[in-house]
Design a binder for this molecule. Sequence first.
Ligand code: APR
Length: 319
Amino acid sequence: MAARKKVTVIGAGNVGATVAQRLAERDFYDVVLLDIPQVEGMPQGKALDLLESGPVYGYDSLITGTTSYDDTADSDLVVITSGLPRKPGMTRDDLLITNAGIVKAVTESVVARSPNCFIIVVTNPLDAMVQLCQKVSGFPKNRVIGMAGVLDSARYRTFIAQELGVSVEDVSAFVLGGHGDTMVPLPRYSTVSGIPITELLPAERIEALSKRAANGGAEIVALLKTGSAFYAPSASVVAMVDSILRDKKRVLPCAALLEGEYGVNGLYVGVPVKLGAEGVEQIIEIKLTGEEKTAFHNSANAVQELINVMREKMPEVGL
Ligand code: APR
């Protein structure tokens, strides 16, 4: 059997450590968990704790904690979660410039040691961070992807399943656009075993569920008070890692670089993509109604505004 694929997770906080745990439990990957020297011992401690879960849980994955990028060399895939999470009252956009500095530095260190890896970005504000990462990496667009849509649609699926009293397994949901408040749920493509929810629920209930999904991150932040969601985000990352490294070719909503698709050029926005051994293998374009088009373009404009701020504050990146 071929050697296990190597996955590095940057940031050993809530999202990063949970991603490492979920990956280890898959038993397909060796995992490197990296954080900054200021918290020396923390990534090592979490990694050792995870390693010692192996005998009980039944996995042989090797998990290494580190503060040195040398340990990340030749990763097949790198997940970037480093950055500050949202605090109550903060929007994802408030995080922009602080997290941009972190993502830029991390990307430079990652690509210097793993020039052929895939990168999945999780740090918020997601669409802007993945755009920055791709630019800084110099990687082709198929190898740099943002995690947002899988999470947003998981929230939507949860609420639809609860409303109808059916299994989440039979609910699939279609979302487009940027991560967050401007996300665009598409009820006519959201189904229960193939039946559009527009056939099953009145318009005002669909509207309420869509709104709750779009505000799903803020709902968790308001409850937790000291940070943001990490269980569903980490589960979403692992679905993407599996699809790429196991060449499953799943069709998942992800932030991908659009070059003309959906009438958008040169911007990362959430769209359905086929994820396989080549990373983003295809962007799936569907016809939108006038109203959906407007919502999608509003969402893309919100992402563009963040890019404009970074362009001004970080001219050296050349965004
Ligand atoms: N390099 C590596 N790690 C870093 C760096 C850096 N330059 N800067 C910060 N970190 C680490 C922190 O030390 C911390 O351990 O990133 C980790 C972030 O963990 P948490 O604060 O627990 O945040 P988390 O909930 O994991 O969210 C991380 O994901 O969902 C998004 O909005 C969220 O942007 C946030 C990110």
